[in-house]
Design a protein around this ligand. Sequence first.
Ligand code: 13P
Ligand code: SF4
Length: 308
Amino acid sequence: MGLKEKIIQLKKDKNAVILAHYYQTADIQDVADYVGDSLGLSQKAAETEADIIVFAGVHFMAETAKILNPTKTVVLPDLKAGCSLADSCPPEAFSAFIKKHPNHVVITYVNCSAEIKALSDIVCTSSNALKIVESVPKDVPIIFAPDKNLGKYIMKKTGRDLLLWDGSCIVHEAFSIDKLIELHKKYPDHKIIAHPESEEHILNTATYIGSTSGMINYVKKYPQEKFIVATEAGILHKMQQEVPQTELIPAPAHEDNTCACSECGFMKVNTMQKLYDCLLNESPQIEVAEEIRKKALLPIERMLELSK
Ligand code: 13P
Ligand code: SF4
């Protein structure tokens, strides 16, 4: 039996579910029960009846699944699957920031640790951030953390002033505007679509801005078009499966980036072998201290409620 077949068999034997993000490698996406964006993955985690959740994604995603499912076993193929954005918001500094700005509603992007979620009023993802911000009355000030690029985009879309935390994603900040313009000159008929974690100058070139699922749905809506895709390159696997005839080009990264397009090194530490091992050994498991979990659950539940 190959690794893929062994994983499928083990998954059945153990009543496990594999949830994967679009930035995972193609082989991992192909063995998963569900592939989605952060919101879709949280929704699946909230409703699963499996005993074991194998989270093929990064730590904050698996942690969110554990917060929603304290009695289930949640495993991550490699605990080194972190996130630069989550790391840019340490709990002590964020707690001091909140104390300095009382009376603000605290909205945090799901790409943060359980400790940060526990300090929040509502969590959001890139697919519901606008809706969540707009659910807060206009006269109530808002702290938005940790992604300043998504925050600036929401400010522009809603016309509201948000107090932003200075965090960002290294993967989405790796795109080169000069190279993107050059590429677009070469392929003027291609529409640029971008993830809102990208910088403002990249977003200004885009005909569509949205979450990973949003971007996939957009290209499905316009299969006759051609696209330059400004998000982590792993998305091209599922996107191309959905629109096999459509020409898709990944947006180019800066010269000093490790690859010509942009890949998330954290997402890519997960491999098929590690996926199999973590399911077999039920390790490494995600644990969240009960006190933090209870506090972090409320803002996640508020988000899920507002996203129905
Ligand atoms: P979404 O898939 O929710 O758009 O998030 C992108 C991301 O950076 C996940 O880490
Ligand atoms: Fe974090 Fe960026 Fe990687 Fe997403 S792409 S997991 S935000 S570092």
